[in-house]
Design a binder for this molecule. Structure first.
Ligand code: ZN
Ligand code: FE
Length: 267
């Protein structure tokens, strides 16, 4: 179907698989010279893409300070010294080349789209997420959530508490159902294997597991996911569901979450 003249073309997102299971995301727009990259674990695959498309990097959006998210920052800055490096205020000093410190509610503009910043500590103490609301009503929003929310799971608690993580996941869970979830790792199949051990009566989870298993066998990516699917099948967004309360032995969300995360850590 042809787009109506006058409608803005939506931001395009290109996924680059790197390392063993990381994804780097390139945000671009055919009508704009501006290109942003989210969590460049490595520089070379990004540089190749930029050269192939003959475009300039204008922004690096980091979600947190871990090496598999910021490892390419320095080399990208050498090639594109005017690129602006964004990261969370709590990560100041831990993200190479960081120039802008973001807190909850801040906005980051990429081309003609603007992301809202969410402070989502738990995996690390400074973790942030970038949410691009839709421009047209029918479009999905785009969420770049690093290692906070995964397809079928969530990040390990390295620097934060269960209370912080429940609060962070609660913020992401309240976004619109059709939001696309661009998480930073291809962990979906293993996450869903664990999910089945705690939510086995969930028919949607079984269906999703089959779909994801087939996709991985065909070497296809399972990212992006969609928030509606996560709410139906991701145990780490289902702390208030009876099945999860039963599996963890807790009705209190923090206790249920702590127990669930502990079970996953040992899985
Ligand atoms: Zn991480
Ligand atoms: Fe990571």
């Amino acid at each position: 179907m042809k787009r109506k003249i006058g409608l803005r073309k939506s931001m395009q997102i290109h996924r680059i698989p790197v390392l063993s299971d990381n994804y780097i995301f390139v945000l671009y727009d055919d009508t704009q010279p501006a290109v942003a990259v989210v969590d460049p674990a490595e520089a070379n695959p990004v540089l190749r893409w930029l050269d192939d498309h003959n475009v300039t990097l204008t922004a690096i959006l980091n979600t947190h300070h871990h090496g598999d998210h910021v490892g390419g920052n320095r080399q990208l800055l050498q090639r594109f010294p005017n690129a602006v490096v964004y990261g969370g205020a709590e990560d100041w000093g831990r993200i190479p080349g960081q120039q802008v410190s973001l807190v909850e509610g801040d906005r980051v503009t990429v081309g003609d789209r603007t992301a809202q910043v969410y402070f989502v500590p738990g995996h690390t103490r400074g973790h942030i997420a970038y949410y691009f609301p839709p421009v047209q009503a029918a479009e999905p929003g785009e969420l770049f959530c690093g290692d906070t929310l995964f397809a079928g799971g969530c990040g390990r608690l390295f620097e934060g508490t269960p209370t912080q993580m429940v609060d962070s996941l609660g913020k992401l869970r309240s976004l619109p159902d059709n939001t696309r979830i661009w998480c930073a790792h291809e962990y979906t199949l293993k996450n869903l294997k664990f999910a089945l051990t705690v939510d086995n009566d969930n028919q949607q989870l079984h269906q999703r597991f089959d779909t994801v298993k087939a996709a991985r066998q065909a070497n296809q990516a399972t990212v992006p996911s969609q928030l509606a699917i996560e709410k139906q099948t991701n145990p780490f967004l289902r702390w208030d569901q009876p099945a999860l309360q039963q599996a963890t032995g807790h009705t209190d969300p923090i206790r249920a979450f702590r127990k669930l995360r502990g079970m996953k850590d040992l899985f």
